[in-house]
Write a protein that binds this ligand. Structure first.
Ligand code: NAD
Length: 295
């Protein structure tokens, strides 16, 4: 029997529809949550991400505020903008699209954002709060991955989870989230010894590496659940390109219990969770209540 294909696109569509419903149901005295997106330079992939974020923000009934700065922007100019957005009562969430041009220190910019408005969850205060088990704004891709895992498996307690990749954006926060769900959690990375054996011990494998189809069929034990965070563009035989994940989907799907496809798995969850964070940030900062499913 083959794996269940985890439909992240459908799950994200349900989540954004629910967000739209909640925003529409807010008291008329509450202005819609507002997300400010800052894009520096003209990176083609970033343009696509930002366009999608703006479109989905508006589809949810939230306000989108766009700031496009030239690639020559210096750090001081960007920090000035962040200060203005921090002080703007009409802004609930601030997202600075990464990567930033080389003259800008991305850590300094992220940590200049008011943690209450840090909807990417990258500020050290939110990183620390997540690690300490305190309410925080959680990075969107790992949170979306967790939602898919809980929807697939229910209670994760006691399961062995192996995360391949230790980035601040995906691997490390994913580990914190799985730990908080009472998984026995292992982070593997480029220096890990015998990665296939580590992965084979897992009930849950999360691949966040950025290497096309690195996780092979015999790295995943029968019945495991696989979350493929990777997005890699590869050349095909007919001269075209296609997107693949970090796992060898065709080799794993026949014996895994469930697996996310690429595209259509984790990717769509990231934007949905960004807007969930924007709504949460607005409710916490402006002190209004949300339904129980967003508490
Ligand atoms: P990153 O480059 O910051 O981190 C990659 C990690 O993989 C590192 O910790 C490194 O130690 C580990 N690694 C590298 N080579 C390895 C090897 N041979 N064996 C084991 N570990 C190895 O990447 P990231 O930002 O965490 O992104 C990972 C992937 O996820 C990329 O493909 C990226 O495009 C994708 N991504 C997708 C989304 C989404 O919305 N779906 C969001 C963020 C990232």
């Amino acid at each position: 029997m083959g794996a269940k294909i985890i439909d992240g696109k459908a799950f994200a569509a349900k989540l954004t529809a629910r967000l739209a419903e909640v925003v529409q149901g807010l008291d008329t005295s509450i202005t819609p949550p507002a997300l400010a997106v800052v894009l520096v330079g003209e990176d083609a992939a970033s343009e696509v991400y930002v366009r999608n974020k703006i479109r989905t923000t508006e589809a949810c009934g939230m306000k989108s505020i766009e700031h496009r700065l030239p690639a020559t922007t210096n750090q001081e100019e960007l920090l000035d903008l962040i200060t203005r957005l921090n002080n703007d009562d009409g802004v609930d969430g601030i997202l600075v699209q990464l990567p930033l041009p080389p003259q800008i220190d991305a850590d300094a910019v992220i940590n200049a954002i008011n943690p209450e408005k840090d909807v990417d969850g990258f500020h050290v205060v939110n990183v620390g709060r997540l690690g300490a088990g305190l309410p925080s704004l959680v990075p969107c891709t790992p949170f979306g991955s967790l939602m898919l895992l809980k929807d697939t498996l229910g209670d994760l307690s006691g399961l062995n989870a192996v995360i391949i990749g230790r980035s601040n954006i995906v691997g490390k926060p994913m580990a914190q989230l799985l730990l908080a769900e009472n998984c026995t959690t292992t982070i593997a990375h480029s220096r890990s010894k015998d990665l296939p054996a580590i992965a084979r011990s897992a009930d849950i494998v999360v691949a966040a590496v950025g290497r096309p189809q690195m996780v092979k069929g015999d790295w995943v034990k029968p019945g495991a659940v696989v979350i493929d965070v990777g997005i890699n563009r590869i050349n095909t035989n007919n001269g075209k390109t296609r997107l693949v994940g970090d796992v060898d989907f065709d080799a794993i799907a026949p014996h895994a219990a469930a697996i996310t496809p690429v595209p259509g798995g984790v990717g769509p969850m990231t934007i949905a969770c960004l807007l969930r964070n924007t709504l949460l940030a607005a409710s916490r900062r402006r002190h209004f209540d949300l339904p129980a499913d967003f508490a």
